[in-house]
Design a protein around this ligand. Structure first.
Ligand SMILES: C[C@H](O)[C@H](O)[C@H]1CNC2=NC(N)=NC(=O)C2=N1
Length: 178
């Protein structure tokens, strides 16, 4: 029962309750013992959920750091596993992270932008924000200084994924062609 509650908490809040180590341990136990809770649909294992939360707790490094280099497409594909809902796209030979949401209305779209702006300003790392057809939010994330993807981009995407968006999002699914 505790495993079910923990899993539901992680799925809803995208974070682990209590102290992270104890909860991660419980989540890993829960993932490894999913057979003991046959009705539990593990959308992501406890370890995967903990890894996604862990990425969102990291901080971006300055984009003008000499040590910053664009990652390979293979590395990007691997990191993509930690940012649910995001996809890779290439524009003008630049690899980017992309995700789309449908919001309730134009004002909710701007409220969404405000939430993202607060994260971007905090991290000193900024996404490209698009609000098209009044209720379609599209966000691209890439590191301009290296014209490609770095860990900064996945950290920013993971933080965006932690936002509580229920009040802003439409019940309809976003489609990328709109
Ligand atoms: C000094 C530093 O490079 C710039 O201020 C930051 C601002 N935000 C940024 N955001 C993104 N996505 N890429 C950058 O290269 C970048 N550079």
């Amino acid at each position: 029962m505790a495993a079910l509650l923990l899993h539901r908490f992680v799925r809803i809040h995208r974070r682990v309750p209590m102290t992270a180590p104890a909860a991660v341990g419980a989540a890993i136990f829960c993932a490894s013992s999913s057979s003991s809770v046959p009705h539990l649909e593990m959308s992501t294992s406890g370890k995967e959920a903990a890894a996604k939360v862990e990425l969102s707790t990291k901080s971006c490094v300055p984009c003008n750091s000499r040590d910053l280099h664009a990652m390979s497409e293979d590395s990007a594909k691997k990191s993509l596993e930690q940012v649910t809902g995001w996809e890779l796209k290439t524009e003008g030979e630049i690899l980017k992270l992309h995700r789309a949401w449908k919001v309730k209305n134009f004002v909710k779209g701007l409220e969404f932008f405000q939430l993202v702006a607060a994260i971007a300003e905090e991290e000193g790392h900024h996404p490209d924000l698009h609000l098209v057809g009044w209720n379609n939010v599209k966000i691209d994330v890439w590191t301009h200084s290296v014209r490609g993807l770095t860990d900064n981009d996945f950290i920013l995407a993971a933080k965006i994924n932690e936002l509580k968006l229920e009040d802003l999002l439409s019940k309809k699914k976003a489609t990328t062609h709109e």
